[in-house]
Design a protein around this ligand. Structure first.
Ligand code: UD1
Ligand code: MG
Length: 431
């Protein structure tokens, strides 16, 4: 690990998001934006500081679920608002300090490493964009960066500049600490801008290196539009990596895969598939418009239009259309159509008929259903839990099962069938 300190700015309210959720907690591919910044930073540094202010407690709690070894500090936002104010008071451990905006969920440690290749007092990231809206513009004269002007402070001419500040900087720590007190808040937003350090460096003849970076990795998220665009880039990244590992995807642009999902072996994802949480797919075929959340599927096929809810384990199992499975373990089972299987354990060779429902909830508690091997369950049956069905049992269609069943038994509940000859003709001719 290189000797580098990293500061992540995450104190802003994010008013442009028009949300009560702090900006850095908005999610991309299932994880908070700030999660990505911190996890990439930790790959490069053992001195990572995250600056918080708005809803600080909530943000810190969420991040502490994922990370240890991160310092959280609170910005003196009332007296020193702005990205410059955010850095004040921090004492980085190492000679170089990398400052990242917390609203850049697409950054990768391999890109951050490039900052360290240059020795300049400030190495700043620069983007060339067709639409620079929202970004600080980089003023260049005689091929030299002069300063950064924020959009809100820019005149009409400056707003046309398409070279912008991407929002990541590496500073000589010494320069950073001695220059922060020189920042002023004489601007439209009355904030202390970190970007003014560029002008301070130039005027004191320090070296500055503009590192050209791509939107693919350095896009800033300030609005819900930015958030959705960043998520598309992130999704493409996730899917490309699975495709490169041999996963087959039909119409990848229609598939959604969250960060944390694992896919291995000869797996196929058809169009419209959604894989959430810590799902693991091994050698399995997920058919059109199926959803899998926090579950493990091995040598199985599901769907089209199946829903596998958290804590389900499927091995060598076939799940067909309109089947919902929750918190259940199925080994070598077939459930082809229209069922709800909840809080269950079902063993090899068992066939679940269309419309079987486990009645796992009595209005107060959830109860378990245990079904053994080679059980044949007819269509439209209800299994009222808690219930244990041993191996080699047959349940007739239309039955409601309220008692445990032993090996070899047949169970059926049936109202007697009544047939009235000619009734149809009599009934309708009367009308
Ligand atoms: C900032 C840059 C801009 C650059 C853009 C890149 C400044 C003044 N402007 O603008 O030049 O083009 O990023 O995305 O730096 N934050 C704090 N404390 C504060 C204010 C903000 O920690 O008092 C944090 C925010 O939580 C956010 C980051 O700093 O993560 C950037 O703030 P934001 O308001 O998004 O700045 P931009 O307007 O995007
Ligand atoms: Mg921003």
């Amino acid at each position: 690990m290189n000797k580098l300190s990293i500061i992540i700015l995450a104190a802003g309210a994010g008013t442009r998001m028009k949300s009560t959720i702090p900006k850095v907690l908005h999610k991309i591919s299932g994880k908070e934006m700030l999660y990505y910044s911190i996890s990439e930073a930790l790959k490069l540094s053992d001195d990572v500081t995250v600056v918080l202010y708005h809803q600080a407690k909530l943000v810190q709690e969420r991040m502490e679920k994922y990370f240890e070894n991160v310092n959280f500090v609170i910005q003196d936002h009332e007296n020193y608002p702005g990205t410059g104010g955010a850095v004040m008071g921090i004492k980085p451990k190492y000679e170089k300090t990398l400052v990242l905006n917390g609203d850049m969920p697409l950054i990768q440690s391999s890109e951050l490493e490039k900052f360290q290749e240059n020795e300049a007092t400030i190495v700043m990231s620069v983007l060339k964009l067709d639409n620079p809206n929202g970004y600080g513009r980089v003023i260049i004269e005689n091929d030299k960066v002069q300063k950064i002007v924020e959009q809100k402070d820019a005149n009409a001419e400056q707003k046309k500049i398409t070279t912008v500040n991407a929002g990541i900087y590496q500073f000589d720590t010494e320069f950073l600490l001695e220059s922060l007190p020189k920042l002023s808040n004489a601007n439209v937003q009355k904030e202390y801008y970190i970007t003014d350090l560029v002008e301070i460096a130039i005027s004191s003849s320090k070296t500055l290196y503009p590192l050209l970076v791509s939107e693919e990795n350095f896009k800033g998220v300030n609005s819900k539009v930015d958030l959705s665009e960043a998520e598309v880039i992130h999704q493409n990244r996730i899917k490309k990596s699975f495709l490169n590992n041999g996963v087959i995807m039909r119409l990848p642009s229609t598939i959604y895969i969250e960060e944390g999902v694992q896919i291995e072996g000869e797996s196929i994802l058809e169009n419209g598939v959604t894989l959430l949480g810590n799902t693991q797919i091994n050698n399995s075929h997920i058919k059109t418009n199926s959803i899998v959340e926090d579950s493990i599927l091995t040598n199985s096929d599901i769907g089209p239009m199946a829903r596998i809810r958290p804590n389900t384990v499927l091995n060598n199992t076939h799940i067909g259309n309109f089947v919902e499975v929750k918190k259940s373990t199925l080994n070598g089972v077939k459930a082809g159509h229209l069922s709800y299987i909840g809080d269950s354990e079902i063993d090899e060779g068992t066939n679940i008929g269309a419309g079987m429902i486990t009645c796992n909830y009595d209005g107060v508690n959830k109860h378990k259903t245990k079904i053994g091997k080679n059980v044949f369950i007819g269509s439209d049956t209800q299994l009222v839990a808690p219930l244990t069905i041993e191996d080699d049992v047959m349940i007739a269609a239309g039955s409601t099962i309220t008692k445990d069943l032993k090996s070899g038994e047949l169970a059926l509940t049936r109202a007697p069938l009544k047939i009235v000859k000619g009734f149809f003709y009599k009934f309708f001719s009367k009308k």
